[in-house]
Design a protein around this ligand. Structure first.
Ligand SMILES: [Ca+2]
Length: 111
């Protein structure tokens, strides 16, 4: 069996796909997309960045930003950042006023 993936004889784009050897056949391999990438055509050996913030369809609507966060697309992933007046990691944003109220007694203000 020829394993194009380990012999580097494949044409998969290593930035956006992973090479998977076709074990059913002497020749052949596929290039499934890495997470966060999509193919235009089934047999493409290159994938394109998925814009998680503005997904092409409901199946890819998988960003997990808080409703009070801004989603920013980047190559292979995306980022969530809480909007002004909100605080958190972007996946969960709390109103700053409520945050201070809930934590009174041991208020720590992060900048
Ligand atoms: Ca992306």
């Amino acid at each position: 069996m020829l394993d194009e993936c380990t012999t580097k004889a494949h044409q998969c784009d290593t930035d956006t796909t992973t090479c998977v050897d076709n074990t059913d056949d002497i020749f052949g391999y596929t290039c499934p997309c890495r997470d966060g990438f999509l193919k235009v055509n089934e047999n493409d050996k290159t994938c394109h960045d998925m814009n998680e913030c503005n997904p092409p369809d409901a199946d890819h609507n998988n960003h997990n930003c808080d409703t009070h966060a801004t989603c920013t697309n980047n190559f292979g992933s995306f980022e969530c950042e809480c909007n002004d007046g909100w605080k958190g990691d972007g996946e969960t944003c709390k109103n700053i006023g409520a945050y201070i109220f809930l934590n009174r007694g041991f208020i720590r203000v992060h900048h």
